[in-house]
Design a protein around this ligand. Structure first.
Ligand SMILES: [Zn+2]
Length: 252
C-alpha cells in the first residue's frame, strides 16, 4: 500500500496565535532557550509594537565544559542581553537559580509568580515542559522544571493567598494571563508566520557565539541558519506552507 503524501489536506493545520494582546513575558531556564525556540515570533511581535520581557531562571553558567561557572555566567548573561536586543527586547531578568539543577517547587513557582505580577503579561511564553522533545529525544530537567512552574505560576500570580508575601513587597495579584504558549512542544496547536522575523532570529541566536562555537565544528552562521530555517520550514508544512514558529497554547 502506498502512503498518502502529506499535503495540507492530510496534515492537521496549526491555528494562528491570538494577537489581541499587548504584553508578553517569556520565562525559560537558560540563555539561548528563546533563541532556539521562538525568537522569530518575538521579533514579529515587537515590530507590531508589543512589549516582550525575558525572565531566565539561570545564567546558563554550567553550559560550557571548558569554562568555569564563575566566568561562564557573566559571559552568557552578556550574550543573552545582546540576543534579546536584536529582536526588540530590552528587559531581561535573571532569577539566579542554579544551572543544571533547577528544582521544580515552591521557590521556583514563587519567583515566576512574582515576575508575572511585576510585568502583568496577557501572554506568557515558556519552553517545552514535557519529558521529551517527541519520540526518544529526552528533555533536560531544567526545561521541564521551569516550563511546569511557569504553567502553574500563571495561576498562582492571580491568587492573593498562595504567595501572600509578594503583596507585602508591592506585587499585587495579576489575574490577567490569558494564555501560556509553550515553544518547542512536540504537540503544537498554534503558530506564527516566521518570515518577517527569521533573519533577526538568526542574528539573535548568533549572539550566543561562545556557546555555539563550543557546540559545533561548523561555521556558526551556517549552523544557526540551517537549524532555524530548517525547523521553521518543517513547521510550515502545518501552517499553509509558510515558515512558522509553533506553540502549544494553553488557555486560561
Ligand atoms: Zn536550555
Amino acid at each position: 500500500m502506498t502512503e498518502p503524501s502529506k499535503t495540507e489536506s492530510t496534515v492537521d493545520q496549526l491555528k494562528p496565535m491570538p494577537d489581541d494582546w499587548q504584553r508578553a513575558l517569556a520565562v525559560v531556564a537558560h540563555p539561548d532557550d528563546l533563541e532556539y525556540g521562538c525568537s522569530a515570533a518575538i521579533a514579529a511581535w515587537t515590530d507590531a509594537g508589543r512589549e516582550v520581557t525575558y525572565v531566565l531562571a539561570t545564567r546558563g553558567e554550567a553550559g560550557i565544559d571548558t569554562l568555569d561557572p564563575a566566568e561562564c555566567g557573566p559571559l552568557r548573561e552578556r550574550e543573552q542581553l545582546a540576543s534579546a536586543a536584536v529582536v526588540g527586547v530590552s528587559e531581561v531578568e535573571f532569577l539566579d537559580h542554579r544551572d543544571g539543577v533547577v528544582e521544580y517547587g515552591i521557590a521556583l513557582r514563587r519567583d515566576i509568580a512574582a515576575a508575572i505580577r511585576k510585568y502583568r503579561p496577557e501572554l506568557v511564553i515558556t519552553l517545552n515542559h514535557r519529558d521529551t522533545w517527541g519520540g526518544v529525544g529526552w528533555n533536560t530537567p531544567d526545561h521541564v522544571a521551569v516550563g511546569r512552574a511557569t504553567l502553574d505560576a500563571a495561576a498562582d500570580a492571580g491568587n492573593r493567598w498562595i504567595f501572600p508575601e509578594l503583596a507585602d513587597q508591592g506585587l499585587e495579584p495579576w489575574n490577567g494571563v490569558r494564555w501560556v504558549a509553550v515553544a518547542g512542544s512536540a504537540t503544537p496547536t498554534h503558530a506564527v508566520d516566521a518570515t518577517p522575523g527569521l533573519e533577526r532570529a538568526v542574528r539573535s541566536l548568533l549572539e550566543h557565539r561562545t556557546y555555539i562555537e563550543v557546540l559545533t565544528e561548523e561555521d556558526p552562521e551556517t549552523y544557526v541558519r540551517g537549524f532555524l530555517i530548517g525547523f521553521a520550514e518543517s513547521m510550515g508544512e502545518r501552517f499553509g506552507g509558510k515558515p512558522a514558529v509553533a506553540f502549544e497554547l494553553f488557555g486560561r
